[in-house]
Design a protein around this ligand. Structure first.
Ligand code: G
Ligand code: G
Ligand code: MN
Ligand code: NA
Length: 253
């Protein structure tokens, strides 16, 4: 059992670390950005993935300082890569509780300003279910964040319960098709239909669409032919430590 005190200790003793997974623009194969993914360097258990601890954090108010820590580090890192000459953006995952924090837009502005990162270089990934927890409040916070110029992505799209009417009201720049659909699409006509429909819907609403969980070249080629805009997944690269990003980019640009 994970104790909240352990997680608080982890935050205060530098035990969290970010790994980064690239995203490519399908029409030209260019790397356009990275998603920051939290890891816990546990003193006894080694590197722990978020599946093992993020729910505990999300259930408590600890999610606020943890999200700020992630933003601070991801924004600083993205700026450093841009200064090195890489034209890339950064995506950060945001939890339901963050969306009801009315201070989030101002905090974001502060972090971007402090590191002199253009707001359009930052994308926040939010799941449908996080938005639907308190849609009114979330819409208000997301609108203020979008006004700053920060981009908004709907993560794991297709698995939640957001109504399409609601999607039209939200300031969304990117739909990330849940990896369960991408994984299945070549085996199931029904799943292929869902993916085709999501791409059509997104483009009809003038929203970019990302295929996540692209694990092989057949799927990569297929989503590209289907006019999906971006792709992410093990076929392109697994999440990697920050120090591997520069060398990886040098090989892929
Ligand atoms: O990296 P991995 O596949 O284990 O991530 C599992 C889940 O944890 C994903 O759904 C991802 O969105 C979530 N996650 C990863 N990093 C963060 C983070 O910094 N903040 C939040 N809120 N969720 C994260
Ligand atoms: O829910 P979210 O999309 O934020 O989850 C991101 C997580 O998905 C990352 O922790 C990453 O490890 C995982 N992931 C990224 N690409 C792939 C992939 O191609 N296959 C699988 N199974 N998981 C992936
Ligand atoms: Mn994500
Ligand atoms: Na996802």
């Amino acid at each position: 059992i994970l104790l909240l005190s352990e997680l608080r200790h982890a935050l205060n003793h530098d035990q969290f670390v970010l790994h980064y997974q690239p995203k490519i623009h399908l029409p030209d194969g260019r790397v356009t950005g990275f998603e920051a993914l939290l890891r816990w360097r546990h003193p006894e258990h080694g590197l722990m993935p978020p599946a093992e601890f993020i729910t505990a954090i999300e259930f408590s108010d600890l999610i606020h300082p943890v999200t700020l820590w992630v933003l601070e580090n991801a924004v600083e890192q993205c700026k450093a890569w841009q200064v090195q000459g890489f034209d890339i953006s950064i995506a950060v995952n945001i939890s339901a509780r963050n969306l009801v924090n009315v201070e989030l837009p101002e905090r974001l502005r502060e972090v971007l300003e402090r590191h002199k990162l253009a707001p359009a270089s930052l994308e926040l990934e939010i799941t449908e279910s996080a938005i639907m927890r308190d849609p009114g409040r979330a819409l208000d916070v997301l609108e203020r964040i979008h006004q700053i110029g920060v981009r908004i992505a709907i993560d794991d799209f297709g698995t939640g319960h957001s109504s399409l009417a609601y999607l039209q009201k939200l300031p969304v720049d990117n739909l990330k098709i849940d990896r369960s659909f991408i994984k299945e699409m070549l085996q199931s006509n029904e799943t292929m239909t869902i993916v085709t429909s999501i791409i059509a819907l997104a483009h009809y609403l003038q929203i970019n669409v990302t295929a996540e969980g692209v694990e092989n070249n057949d799927i990569l080629r297929r989503v590209s032919r289907m006019r999906c805009d971006y792709a992410q997944g093990y076929q392109i690269a697994r999440p990697m430590p920050a120090e591997d990003v520069g060398p990886w980019l040098d090989k892929h640009l």
